[in-house]
Write a protein that binds this ligand. Structure first.
Ligand SMILES: Cc1cc2nc3c(=O)[nH]c(=O)nc-3n(C[C@H](O)[C@H](O)[C@H](O)COP(=O)(O)O)c2cc1C
Length: 384
């Protein structure tokens, strides 16, 4: 039972509901010596936070408070606990639809599993996208640890409402997507047009996020069930509304010839490396060294104004439900931060397991700081 924890050595447990008092995360297994304060967490939280253009108007500032695991501004190796209080909670509306489970949301599944009387129907409860605030906090800590290996994790929207957007060719392009309100590398105008159109029609759209981890050392991933690609798949598919996962060229490889589908192995600066990104930087579920590339597809937001058929759970009569509440027209925009976070958490867990990061304490130096600082440098001025 359970299912609220992820990772073996970097163990992340999230807790809290959308309309409960607070949400938070406990991280067990973070080495001592990592400089950490609330501002570090905000560097990532601001990009997931609701209330920006084309996101839900729910106004949550997401102010994190570190409750344990740090002393004199550095981690101690003890469990890190972080809390975020819910502020802008409007639950009245959910009273009116509590007997009509929303099509596309988790309502019916929770009712069937836990029983109607135990179901927290306020804002989706535990199944709310709000749960992901805890993941982004864990992701910020993971990204900071990965900075000591020179690893950067960036994500960007490569598809929105069926339209394609460019992918990142280098870390700078990946970081630049942080500056776009639509998390695209190029094409803000096109993205805005798509979102304007769905909002006018009270509808929503889906999309695809690509996450790249740059400069990953070789050796992450353990045969056979804990392959890096398998753990990344679990991490990313556990994000609410995730519906598909690909490694490298993914499903495209299934229709290619063997002769076109392999990454050539070449000698570069005295090392054997992969040329190309068909395999997403992993073979046998183990990182080869360099860039790791994965994609996650997100479905359109299901809670929209357009009515859909459901059943009154008390009377079992058919009914219509429409959701005049507050929602994101495209979950995928805010899901980029969450996908980056889950990737970073998975990579840190495997870096610790592979002995590439000291599990007891780390030496934070200028080179770690330089890499970590890049995330803060790529924040829209309106948010930083
Ligand atoms: C950042 C984020 C925000 C979300 N916002 C909404 C929302 O406003 N309305 C909604 O219906 N679903 C939203 N979702 C998706 C639901 O949480 C998700 O569809 C629900 O838990 C059912 O899970 P499933 O879609 O994975 O089956 C959001 C997801 C994420 C990651």
């Amino acid at each position: 039972m359970g299912g609220n924890s992820f990772g073996k050595m970097f163990r992340v447990t999230t807790w809290g509901e959308s309309h409960g008092k607070a949400l938070g995360v406990v991280i067990d297994g973070c080495p001592a010596g990592l400089p950490l304060n609330e501002d570090d967490l905000k560097v990532e939280l601001v990009l997931r936070r609701p209330g920006r253009r084309y996101t839900t108007p729910r106004k949550e500032k997401d102010e994190p408070e570190i409750l344990s695991g740090t002393f004199k501004g550095k981690t101690t190796g003890m469990p890190i606990s972080v809390i975020v209080w819910n502020k802008d909670v409007v639950s009245d509306y959910y009273e009116s639809i509590k007997e009509t489970p929303r099509p596309g949301h988790a309502d019916l599944a929770y009712i069937k599993k836990y029983g109607y009387e135990h179901w927290d129907y306020r804002g989706g409860g535990r199944a709310s996208g709000r749960e992901t605030v805890s993941r982004v906090i864990a992701g910020a800590i993971a990204k900071k640890l990965l900075s000591c290996l020179g690893v950067l994790v960036t994500g960007n929207v490569v598809s929105l409402g069926g339209e394609e957007f460019p992918f990142a060719r280098d870390p700078q392009e990946g970081l630049r997507a942080r500056l776009s309100p639509f998390r695209v590398i190029r094409g803000d105008e096109k993205a805005e047009e798509i979102l304007k159109d769905v909002l006018e029609n009270k509808d929503s759209v889906g999309g695809i996020v690509e996450v790249n981890a740059w400069n990953v050392p070789p050796g992450l991933g353990e045969p056979v069930f804990d392959k890096l690609k398998a753990d990344l798949a679990k991490a990313l598919m556990s994000i609410p509304a995730a519906v598909g996962f690909e490694v490298g060229y993914g499903f495209k490889l299934a229709s290619m010839r063997g002769s076109e589908a392999r990454d050539r192995i070449v000698s570069e600066v005295g090392e054997a490396v992969l040329e190309g990104e068909r395999a997403g930087g992993m073979l046998g579920g183990i990182s080869i060294g360099g860039k790791i590339s994965v994609r996650v597809a997100f479905k359109p937001t299901s809670s929209i104004m357009i009515p859909e058929k459901t059943v009154n759970i008390k009377t079992l009569e058919e009914a219509d439900v429409k959701i005049p509440g507050r929602h994101d027209p495209a979950i995928v925009l805010r899901a980029v931060s969450v996908a980056e976070a889950m990737t970073a958490v998975t990579l840190v867990d495997h870096a610790l397991r592979a002995g590439l990061l000291n599990p007891v304490r780390i030496e934070w130096n200028e080179s770690c700081e330089r890499t970590w600082r890049l995330y803060g440098e790529y924040l829209p001025t309106s948010l930083s």
